[in-house]
Design a protein around this ligand. Structure first.
Ligand SMILES: [Mg+2]
Length: 228
């Protein structure tokens, strides 16, 4: 069988429904570096290095980041400069291409379109579901807008309603509800604290190990009676 047809399982009965298979990926820490950590280095503001690994409450974390940005007089121009200097993680472009040959790929991220879209171009434009910012004419970030609360988990639930099986991967606390809701969840390059707290998920390091885990998850989530 050709690799591309792995994204779909079709029952042999012509009247049955078929189940598609989605690969759902976190963005920062999985395919690209942490944007805020990079920005903190560029502008020399150590306090901006807090990430979801340090503060699991994303709303709290974003309020904290925007407060510091405003106090330091930083705006979109500083973020754009940081983003322009960043590339996807080594091997990420190939990882996305490998997944897209085998699954339908959706990136579920707590980033903002203003940050994420330049990276989507570099990753050959996979689908990105995330949030957005309000920016005033002077480039000051005035607010942030979540698409919804707990968006990663809710996206997985919505995909299930659409009869998609999901294999999800992420590196941090804000991914764990997504991993739990998915048919298979994988921790990728996660901090030891996250791995220890969520031992129910297999934890892998590096894209080769991630590919292997995806194929294991793919085999485990095959519906009996379907052919590959
Ligand atoms: Mg992440």
């Amino acid at each position: 069988m050709i690799a591309s047809s792995r994204a779909f399982s079709v029952t042999t009965s012509s009247s049955s429904l078929f189940t598609g298979k989605l690969a759902c990926l976190d963005l920062e820490g999985v395919l690209i570096p942490e944007v805020w950590v990079n920005l903190a280095d560029r502008v020399g503001v150590e306090a901006l290095k807090r990430t979801t690994r340090d503060e699991p409450d994303y709303n709290k974390l974003m309020r904290y980041r925007l407060d510091i940005m405003n106090k330091e007089g930083l705006g979109m121009a500083d973020i754009n400069a940081a983003i322009e200097s960043m590339e996807p993680l080594p091997g990420a472009v190939d990882m996305v291409a490998w997944l897209r040959e085998r699954f339908q790929v959706v990136i579920l991220s707590d980033t903002f379109y203003e940050f994420g879209m330049p990276f989507m171009k570099k990753l050959n434009s996979p689908t990105l579901f995330c949030h957005r910012l309000s920016v005033d004419p002077n480039g000051k970030i005035t607010d942030f807008h979540m698409r919804q609360q707990d968006p990663k988990r809710k996206s997985i639930s919505a995909f299930r309603l659409m009869n998609y099986t999901t294999i999800a991967t992420g590196d941090s606390y804000n991914d764990t509800t997504m991993l739990a809701a998915a048919d298979a969840g994988i921790l990728f390059d996660a901090a030891q604290t996250v791995i220890d707290e969520f031992p129910q998920f297999p934890a892998v390091f590096g894209y080769e190990a991630l590919k292997e885990e995806f194929m294991k998850a793919h085999d485990k989530t095959e519906v009996a009676g379907c052919y590959k």
